[in-house]
Design a protein around this ligand. Structure first.
Ligand code: ADP
Ligand code: MG
Length: 298
């Protein structure tokens, strides 16, 4: 049987799904990116990592950015977080132009970035204390964030005593403790084994449900992007340009049983075709690939 013929076009949305996206686009814009470009001068010439990238993320949206290795995903998120200066373009958070890092934006990376000599609680307290809170207030706030990520029993543990998934939960709690308005996550689960990774995706949706936060999630994994997102920004490589912003018609709350829904498989196939156009390298690449290959991420 040819699977392709039986999958619906992802645009064939039910009226409920269409209404959900209409409501999403009516919400205030949390993050607006306009005409963002980034050139790197290298000894071998200029590399255009990003070329005229524009998009908006709405309040409490979870938007993923997906694209092949080297298409500029990390460069984009570093610019959004203020760690890198763009060559052109501008960035607004709730209408305010921003440049440079700020506590309005938080970041979770793939690598474990916790302070190894501090306990879980001390790691999470770090931001609030830097923001001038007393130890007492910072500690009680930290406890709430630690509880939210389900690690209350481990508040006095050190990072080396935790599993990879637990460390990333602490990293999420630590980022949220700074109360950012937008959270950027660059392949945060990329180093985890498949089972832990899938658990972390469910945890993230649980956390997101309970916190008023807008998330921009970078991934090269198609299933992860579809499972988590309201919309997915597909980037082209060389130079990095917006290919399409795809609405994910899979209902919420999400669960793993939905992986086989026609809406899930249809949107996944659509994005897979954007990234691996049919006809090109068709022999090597199966039509429904699980992930975009990215040698940066093992
Ligand atoms: P991705 O995260 O999608 O894999 P990156 O944002 O890391 O892509 O890189 C995009 C492009 O920019 C690549 O061609 C990469 O080699 C280049 N690049 C990234 N950072 C630098 C840098 N600091 N200097 C020169 N080139 C860079
Ligand atoms: Mg990257």
């Amino acid at each position: 049987m040819n699977n392709e013929l039986t999958l619906p076009d992802y645009r064939q949305q039910t009226p409920e799904v269409a209404a959900r996206f209409a409501r999403l686009l009516e919400r205030p814009i949390a993050l607006e990116v306009r005409g963002l470009s980034k050139n790197f001068e290298t000894p071998r010439g200029v590399i255009t990592a990003l070329d005229d990238v524009s998009f908006s993320v709405h309040k409490r949206e979870l938007l993923s950015v997906i694209g092949p290795s080297g298409c500029g995903k990390s460069t984009l998120v570093r610019i959004l977080a203020g760690l890198e200066t763009p060559t052109a373009g501008e960035l607004r958070v709730y209408g305010e132009p921003v440049s440079g890092p700020g506590s309005d934006r938080g970041m979770v990376f793939q690598g474990y970035t916790l302070f190894p000599w501090r306990t879980v609680k001390e790691n999470v307290m770090f931001g609030p204390r830097m923001a001038g809170q007393s130890d007492f207030t910072a500690a009680s706030e930290a406890r709430e964030w630690i509880e939210l990520v389900g690690l209350s029993k481990f508040e006095n543990a050190y990072p080396h005593q935790l599993s990879g998934g637990m460390k990333q939960r602490v990293a999420i709690a630590r980022a949220l403790a700074n109360q950012p308005r937008v959270l950027f996550m660059d392949e945060p689960f990329g180093a985890l084994d498949a089972q832990t990774r899938s658990q972390m995706q469910s945890y993230l949706l649980e956390i997101w449900k309970n916190v008023d936060i807008t998330i921009v999630f970078i991934t090269h994994d198609l299933d992860e992007a579809v499972f988590l997102s309201d919309r997915i920004l597909v980037l082209d490589a060389n130079p990095g340009r917006v290919r399409e912003v795809v609405e994910v018609p899979v209902p919420r709350p999400r669960d793993l049983g939905q992986l086989f829904l026609p809406s899930f498989m249809g949107v996944r196939k659509h994005i897979d075709h954007l990234i691996h156009p049919p006809g090109k390298a068709q022999k090597e690449a199966p039509v429904l690939r699980l992930a975009v290959s990215d040698p940066d991420v093992v």
